[in-house]
Ligand binder design. Structure first.
Ligand code: OGA
Ligand code: MN
Length: 278
C-alpha cells in the first residue's frame, strides 16, 4: 500500500470505541488518509455508531436525489445497484446514474457547506470482478506541483455543485426545485489539512468552474489538476473483500469506483461525517 493508505488492526468496530481509541483513529487518519479495516461484519446500527464517534452525519446528495431510500436509516447511504424491491436494478433505473457518477474522481459532498470529513464504506455483497475503489492523495499531489503552478493556484476558488457530475454524464432531467435543493459551495483550490498541517488540492467532479477565471479556462485548469493528482504514483486501489470497512478523509483524498458488470450485485453501505470546521 502507498504511504497514505494503511491497514488498521486491533479494533472491533462492532463494539463502542472509547475516547482513546477514537483519538487513535483520528491520529491515524491525519497521518495516512485511508484506513482499511478487514473482517468487520457490521450491522447498520454498529456502522452508524462507529461513524457518530467522529461527528454529526451527512446526508449528502440524498437531499436532491430522486430514488427512495432502500435502507431503514436515513444516514446509512445505499451504495448499491439494488432496487427498492431488493433486486439488481435495471441498468436504466434512476439510481444507476448515481452509482455511475461515483466512478468519477470526487470528494464526497464537496458541493455543500459543511462538506464531508470522513466517509466509511462497508462491503456487504461484491461482484466477482471489478468494482474496486481507488483513492488519490491530494496532499502528495499538491507537494509535487511545480512552484509556478502553486503560485498560480494561490487565491483561486472553485465552485462545487451537486449536479455537475450528473450533467457530465448526460443526466439533466432535474426540475428547478431539485436544481436548487443543494446550493453550490465555493472552496479555495488549495486548502490546508488541519490535522497534518499539509496543503492539498481540493478538486473533483463536483467542481464546475473557477470563480476568478472564465468557465473555459477554469475547467481546463481543473481537468489538468485532476489529471496530475490521479497519476498512478498518487493512487491506492482498494480490492474489496466482504466485511471490509474502508475509511477515508475527503479533505486529503479523492476517490472513485471502478466499473463492474451492472447485472452483478454490488452492495455497500456508507456513513459520512460532516466537516464542521470547514
Ligand atoms: C462512495 C463512493 C465508490 C464505490 O460511496 O462515496 O464514491 O466504489 N463509492 O462504490
Ligand atoms: Mn463518494
Amino acid at each position: 500500500m502507498p504511504g497514505f493508505a494503511a491497514e488498521a488492526h486491533g479494533l472491533d468496530l462492532s463494539q463502542p470505541l472509547d475516547a482513546a481509541q477514537i483519538q487513535a483513529v483520528d491520529a491515524a487518519m491525519d497521518r495516512h488518509a485511508v484506513l482499511v479495516f478487514r473482517s468487520q461484519a457490521l450491522t447498520p446500527e454498529a456502522q452508524l455508531r462507529f461513524a457518530r464517534s467522529f461527528g454529526e452525519l451527512d446526508l449528502g446528495f440524498k437531499k436532491a436525489s430522486k430514488s427512495s431510500n432502500r435502507l431503514a436509516h436515513e444516514e446509512l447511504l445505499d451504495i448499491s445497484n439494488v432496487d427498492e424491491h431488493g433486486r439488481v436494478a435495471d441498468r436504466n433505473h434512476r439510481k444507476i446514474v448515481g452509482n455511475l457518477a461515483n466512478q468519477l474522481w470526487h470528494s464526497d459532498s464537496s458541493f455543500q457547506d459543511p462538506p464531508a470529513r470522513y466517509s466509511m464504506l462497508h462491503a456487504v455483497v461484491l461482484p466477482e470482478e471489478g468494482g474496486e475503489t481507488e483513492f488519490a492523495d491530494v496532499r502528495a499531489a499538491y507537494d509535487a506541483l511545480p512552484d509556478a503552478m502553486k503560485q498560480r493556484l494561490a487565491g483561486l476558488t472553485a465552485e462545487h455543485y451537486a449536479l455537475h457530475s450528473r450533467f457530465l454524464l448526460g443526466d439533466t432531467d432535474y426540475s428547478e426545485e431539485q436544481r436548487k435543493a443543494i446550493p453550490a459551495a465555493a472552496w479555495p483550490l488549495v486548502r490546508r489539512h488541519p490535522g497534518s498541517g499539509r496543503e492539498l488540492l481540493f478538486i473533483g467532479a463536483h467542481a464546475s468552474h473557477v470563480l476568478e477565471l472564465s468557465v473555459a479556462e477554469g475547467r481546463l485548469l481543473l481537468m489538468d489538476l485532476l489529471e496530475h493528482a490521479t497519476q498512478p504514483r498518487f493512487v491506492y486501489r482498494h480490492v474489496w473483500q466482504p466485511a471490509d470497512l474502508v475509511m477515508w478523509d475527503n479533505r486529503s483524498t479523492l476517490h472513485r469506483g471502478r466499473p463492474f458488470d451492472l447485472s452483478a450485485r454490488r452492495e455497500l453501505r456508507r456513513t459520512t461525517t460532516l466537516d464542521a470546521a470547514a
